[in-house]
Design a protein around this ligand. Structure first.
Ligand code: SAM
Length: 428
C-alpha cells in the first residue's frame, strides 16, 4: 500500500473509532476529522468489494450544485427538495443550502452514520436505495451512484417496476447499479425537476446501458453533458473516465416531435450541410439546444499533484463553466451544430458525447479553446427556426419553452383536482 492509501486507511480506522463513540461524546474536533479524513474503502484494497464507494472530489460536487443553482436563476427556492440516493459521506450535501429539504440514502452503515453526523439537517436513511418509494417528488436528484456494482434486492422490497432491473431466482431483482440509479432518479424527480449525476463514460456507448439511454431520451430533456478527465478520481486510485450529466424530467405525455430543420450544417460551414432526414430525428417538445463541455484540467494530475494553474483559490476549469448555466444566450451560441448522434444512427444517444471525442463540436471547441475547457452546443429541434406547438409558433432556441410546458402541466393537474373535488362535493 502506497503512502497516500496508507493515510486514507488510517483516516478511515480513526473515523470508525469516532463513530463508535456515544453520540454525546463526539466532539466538534471529531466531526472536523471525519469531514477531512473519512473516505471509505473505494480503491484501497485491490479487487475487494467496496460497494462502488469512490467519493466525489468536493470541487466537482460544488460545481454540480452551482450549475443547478444557475439553471434556477442563481438561487434555490427555500425548502427545495433534494435527494442524494447514494450519499457516501455526503459531499454533495455539503454544498446545499441549509434551508433545503434533504433526503440522503446510503447502504453502508458507516458512511450513513458519518453523513448524519456531518449534516444533521439532512434526513439520512440507511438502507438500499431501491426501497425508496417517493415518486414525482424531488426538485433535484443529485450525486454519483456506484458504478458496476450488481444490485441484488428482494423484489418485494422494491415499490414498483424497474425497466433496468431483471427478475432473478428466489424472487430477487438484479441489475447494474449506475443504470438502475438513473431510473430511480427519474422516478423520484418531479416533472420539471432536475437530475445531475456523475456517471461513467461507458454509459454513452455500452450495450448494458441501452435501456437507460432510451428511457432518458423518452422522459427527460437534456441540459448538459460535461466530460471529466481520467484523473478526476485520482485520489481514490482510479482513472475511470467520467462525466456529469444534467437532465430535466419532462411532464408525462410530453411527446417526441420531429426536428423542424432536416438539413443542418456546422456554423463554421467546414463540413457542408448534412441531410438528417434518414435519422428520423425527434426530441421531446421543449428540448432546447444541448450544452456540452470537456474539462481537460481538473486541478491535479494522475498522481494527485496540483497542476500549474491560472486560477487562484482552488478554482479550476469547472468554475469557468458556471456562468454558462445562468446565461442561455451563451448556451445558444457555442458553435451550434448538428448533434453528434448523426454518425451513430441512434437519436437516443444525443445526450452523450462520443467516447472517442470525434464529434464535430468537440473538434471545433478544442481548436477554439486550445487550453480547455472545451465548450460547444448541439442543436436538437432546429437551428433557431420556429416550430409549431399546440397551435403556437415557438422558437427552437427558446429556453423558456420547457418552463411553460411544466407550468401548463401543473395548471392542468390543479384543475383536475379542483374538478374532482367539486364532483365529490356534489355527490355528498
Ligand atoms: C460512488 S460512491 C459515491 C458517494 C457520494 N455520492 C459521492 O459522490 O461522494 C457510491 C455510494 O453508493 C453506496 N451504495 C452502493 N449501493 C447502494 C444501494 N443499493 N443503495 C444505497 N447506496 C448504495 C455506496 O456505499 C457508496 O457510498
Amino acid at each position: 500500500m502506497g503512502k497516500a492509501s496508507r493515510a486514507r486507511w488510517d483516516g478511515n480506522v480513526r473515523s470508525m473509532a469516532i463513530i463508535a463513540k456515544p453520540r454525546d461524546q463526539i466532539t466538534a474536533e471529531d466531526i472536523a476529522f471525519l469531514r477531512e479524513n473519512y473516505t471509505s474503502t473505494g480503491g484501497l484494497l485491490p479487487n475487494a468489494y467496496a460497494g462502488g464507494a469512490f467519493y466525489t472530489p468536493t470541487h466537482v460536487a460544488r460545481f454540480v450544485i452551482e450549475a443547478l443553482c444557475g439553471l434556477n436563476g442563481g438561487t434555490f427556492a427555500s425548502g427545495s427538495r433534494f435527494l442524494e440516493p447514494s450519499a457516501g459521506s455526503g459531499v454533495f450535501i455539503e454544498h446545499l443550502p441549509d434551508d433545503a429539504e434533504i433526503i440522503a440514502l446510503e447502504l453502508d452503515e458507516t458512511s450513513a452514520t458519518v453523513t448524519s453526523l456531518l449534516y444533521p439537517h439532512a434526513n439520512v436513511i440507511q438502507g438500499d436505495a431501491f426501497r425508496h418509494d417517493r415518486r414525482d417528488y424531488y426538485d433535484y436528484v443529485i450525486g454519483n451512484p456506484p458504478y458496476g456494482v450488481t444490485i441484488d434486492i428482494a423484489a418485494e422490497d422494491v415499490p414498483d417496476e424497474y425497466a433496468t432491473l431483471s427478475k432473478k431466482k428466489g424472487g430477487r431483482l438484479g441489475g447494474k447499479s449506475e443504470v438502475a440509479f438513473i431510473e430511480l432518479a427519474i422516478k423520484a424527480a418531479k416533472p420539471g425537476g432536475y437530475i445531475a449525476f456523475v456517471l461513467p463514460l461507458g454509459l454513452n456507448y455500452a450495450n448494458y446501458a441501452e435501456k437507460v439511454r432510451r428511457l432518458l431520451y423518452e422522459t427527460c430533456w437534456h441540459v448538459a453533458t460535461i466530460g471529466l478527465p481520467g484523473e478526476t478520481f485520482a485520489l481514490t486510485g482510479t482513472t475511470i473516465q467520467t462525466q456529469i450529466l444534467i437532465v430535466r424530467k419532462a411532464p408525462p405525455g410530453t411527446p417526441l416531435i420531429p426536428t423542424v430543420e432536416k438539413r443542418w450544417g456546422s456554423n463554421f460551414k467546414r463540413g457542408g450541410y448534412d441531410d438528417i432526414t434518414d435519422f428520423d430525428a425527434k426530441f421531446l417538445a421543449g428540448q432546447a439546444p444541448s450544452y456540452f463541455a470537456q474539462i481537460t484540467d481538473i486541478g491535479y494530475d494522475a498522481k494527485g499533484a496540483p497542476t500549474p494553474s491560472k486560477w487562484d483559490d482552488g478554482l479550476t476549469q469547472l468554475d469557468e463553466l458556471v456562468d454558462d448555466f445562468t446565461d442561455t444566450l451563451v448556451r445558444e451560441n457555442l458553435y451550434p451544430h448538428i448533434p453528434s448522434w448523426h454518425s451513430v444512427k441512434d437519436v437516443s444517444a444525443f445526450m452523450f458525447q462520443h467516447a472517442n471525442n470525434n464529434g464535430d463540436g468537440y473538434r471545433e471547441a478544442s481548436r477554439t479553446y486550445a487550453e480547455g475547457s472545451y465548450r460547444w452546443n448541439e442543436l436538437t429541434l432546429g437551428a433557431g427556426a420556429e416550430i409549431e406547438w399546440r397551435g403556437e409558433s415557438v422558437s427552437t432556441f427558446d429556453f423558456e419553452w420547457q418552463d411553460r410546458i411544466v407550468s401548463d402541466y401543473y395548471a392542468e393537474l390543479a384543475q383536475q383536482v379542483s374538478v374532482s373535488s367539486s364532483e365529490m362535493e356534489a355527490v355528498s
